[in-house]
Design a protein around this ligand. Structure first.
Ligand SMILES: [Zn+2]
Length: 272
């Protein structure tokens, strides 16, 4: 990608009166200066043969970027094999729907450790990721917000090196919450980006997918998302590190005040 795009997760808030469709959401987000939206396939896949044409038309007309967030009901390390198979099916279903509107990145949380060791979990998840077909959509593995969820930065970088259809989604707020508020200063963010560059190459930073939000957390990790100004997440230093590394790709804002905070991020980034 030749630049860094800013967008939101799901439909915008707007004035609170108007109910958006994906089509009208694209028009609205573009009109307020945003470039991207992550389609929430988290409970159901809601891009179909019926609405795909109007979404695609609006996307093309506005030169807009679409990604999608896969189902919340995915555990590639579930105890029961049937649940692993169902997880794979849900991922494929999301990827196929996203490809109908020419999206390229399906983001999801790969699974939970449950009672397995980190190494066993890694291997099971890797075997399942290798079963995913290459349909022109990258399977973006997201860093997770709780220590019981598989997906710290090292595990995911390693999977991206081993499974060629997989790419990274860095959720810095999750990483912060996962380790009880570990990302405090500029250097903390730099270390992560430096690691990605060293292990996945410059090309990973040229097409990066990032989630950002204010976040509430405790010893067990993530509790809930917050507006940036109500949280200790240091989005300014995070954006500074992203800018200094010349990261390209897409930043999706997951704050409860969606487009308002996405614009805050965009303005902050361009005023650095
Ligand atoms: Zn997520």
């Amino acid at each position: 990608m030749d630049k860094l795009l800013f967008g939101i997760s799901g439909l915008p808030l707007g004035d609170g009166k108007l109910k958006f469709t994906y089509k009208s959401a694209i028009t609205y987000l573009k009109s307020i200066g945003l470039d991207a939206m992550e389609l929430p396939f988290v409970r159901s896949v809601n891009v179909t043969e019926k609405n795909k044409n109007e979404i695609l038309e609006e996307k093309t007309k506005n030169n807009f970027y679409l990604s999608a967030h896969g189902s919340y009901f995915i555990n590639l390390n579930a105890d029961e094999p049937i649940k692993q198979e169902q997880s794979i099916e849900r991922i494929i279903k999301g990827a196929k729907a996203l490809s109908l509107v020419e999206g390229k990145s399906l983001i999801f949380h790969p699974g939970f450790y449950l009672n397995d060791s980190h190494k066993e979990t890694y291997n099971t998840i890797k075997e399942n990721l290798l079963k995913l077909p290459d349909i022109g959509v990258f399977y973006r593995l997201e860093t997770t917000g709780k220590p019981t969820q598989f997906g710290d930065i090292d595990e995911l970088i390693s999977l991206c090196n081993e499974v060629k259809t997989c790419k990274l989604c860095i959720d810095f707020s999750h990483l912060h919450a996962r380790d009880n508020g570990c990302l405090k200063e500029y250097d903390d963010f730099i270390k992560i980006l430096d690691k990605v560059e060293k292990k996945l190459g410059r090309e990973a930073l040229e097409d990066m997918h990032i989630h950002l939000s204010g976040i509430n957390y405790g010893l067990k990790g993530e509790k809930n998302h917050l507006p940036f100004e109500e949280s200790d997440f240091n989005y300014k230093e995070c954006l500074k590190a992203i800018k200094d590394f010349n990261v390209k790709g897409c930043i999706i804002c997951e704050s409860p005040i969606l487009e308002h905070d996405a614009i805050l991020l965009k303005n902050t980034y361009y005023n650095l």
